[in-house]
Design a protein around this ligand. Structure first.
Ligand SMILES: [Zn+2]
Length: 140
């Protein structure tokens, strides 16, 4: 099974540089008690590749608790928990994966899942939707 050229630790380092030193889901800053891990947006079981364009840094707790939930389902759950998930980051990273697929092809198995997630994210239109679910506007 072909993995990416970079190891997981190297990718994590690049993801932290790209997105900042916080968990994508709970927004906590990484440190000795909040350990960063790489979290696949499109899960591996859905054909999601192990590459920068499909991963965000997430704390171990969030990574574990998310399990196989989709990014959008999990963003909504984070909002319900009163966290401030970085939906903008998720949209950015999934958009970059969409570009990779458009340019290089491949990842055929991941595409329907990816399309579905992007459609749902873009429908939310305000990424801040995920951060104040208690205060929903009339635009439903
Ligand atoms: Zn977290």
């Amino acid at each position: 099974m072909a993995e990416s050229q970079q190891g997981r630790a190297a990718r994590l380092e690049l993801e932290l540089q790209r997105d900042g030193p916080t968990c994508a889901w709970c927004a906590r800053e990484f440190g000795s008690h909040v350990v960063p891990t790489t979290d696949h947006l499109v899960p591996r079981v859905k054909g999601g590749p192990s590459r920068l364009e499909n991963e965000v840094a997430a704390c171990r707790r969030c990574n574990r608790e998310r399990g196989h939930r989709s990014p959008v389902d999990w963003l909504e759950e984070c909002g319900r928990r009163g966290w401030t998930p970085d939906a903008g980051r998720v949209l950015r990273v999934l958009t970059s994966l969409e570009e990779v697929v458009a340019v290089h092809g491949g990842h055929r198995r991941a595409r329907p899942y990816l399309d579905n997630q992007l459609r749902r994210l873009r429908k939310h239109d305000q990424v801040s939707d995920f951060q104040d679910v208690h205060e929903t506007g009339p635009n439903g």
